[in-house]
Write a protein that binds this ligand. Sequence first.
Ligand code: NAD
Ligand code: AKB
Length: 320
Amino acid sequence: MKNILVIGSVGQIGSELTMELRKRYGNGNVVAGYRATKPTGDLLESGPAEVVDATNIEQIADVVKKYKIDTIYNLAAILSAVGESKPLIAWNIGIGGLMNCLEVAREYGCAVSTPSSIGAFGSSTPLDNTPQDTIMRPGTMYGVSKVAGELLGDYYYKRFGVDTRSVRYPGIISNVTLPGGGTTDYAVEIYYEAIKNKKYTCPLGAGTFLDMMYMPDAIDAAIDLMEADPSKLVHRNSFNITAMSFDPEIIAKEIKKHIPDFVMDYDVNAMKQGIANSWPNSMDDSCARKEWGWDPKWNLEKMTLDMLQAIRKKHEMGLF
Ligand code: NAD
Ligand code: AKB
């Protein structure tokens, strides 16, 4: 990777991935692609930024030509909860946007990374120790687009030799940019509410186990996979990866170790609960470990300490 375009660079993952890519490959070599919201602060000032709507193939091609892009990270998506009320938009961005990236990549010889998700699985999938290769019949538009996206990635690799690689992310927890409307957002919101109000009302019920990951591991995974030796890759789209699995009770207990008067109650959101119930409790990520050395560094204890420190600092600065 030398010249990189990140589409969706102001989102939860994009805002941190773009900065890490700039650190590793040079500020001028990583273009922050955005659609409606212009990047601000370091993201805007540290390197090039261009309007790139994933649904506009000319815009992607123009930026690829202008900056001699060799790798596209396509992060444009509508996440699971929002996607249920906007299925057509979710499909057009998730699949129309991906098709545009793949076609541009085919013409200009780019590699493409488009994250998949635990949302690609559904209630007929084995939900414990979910295998890499298993039944995938999701019950959400988000999941339908993720399965189709995985298949398209493999198709463009096999049919046209486009270097497509991707991970199936679990819920990503971070403290820079808020999550964009998913089912796992609660695991970020709980930290903000713990700092601000010492109280959180959880939309998922006790006992709802889901895979999760701290952002630094998510960023490393995205970059390490694109840097991996292709001769070692048996799979391509997409690799199960996970760092921890917990339910709301477990994360609340961990927060209480640092904020003893923190309390959590429940107001279960039926739509989010239904989605969460159809997703894995915990995935088997042994293929990622074997094929490209996936090895997460952050567990719940370490992450909670770091999250609370970072969010407390933001609160003291009056940022929320
Ligand atoms: P996000 O919603 O925070 O960011 C997505 C970004 O894409 C936003 O900035 C949005 O403005 C932009 N966007 C929307 N439509 C666009 C378009 N037509 N053209 C260009 N940009 C557009 O999402 P995220 O959490 O950063 O997720 C990034 C990717 O990772 C997505 O594919 C998502 O499905 C996947 N993922 C995320 C998580 C997670 O927990 N965050 C977990 C699994 C997979
Ligand atoms: C969501 O909940 O939609 C995302 C995801 C796990 O894909 N965070």
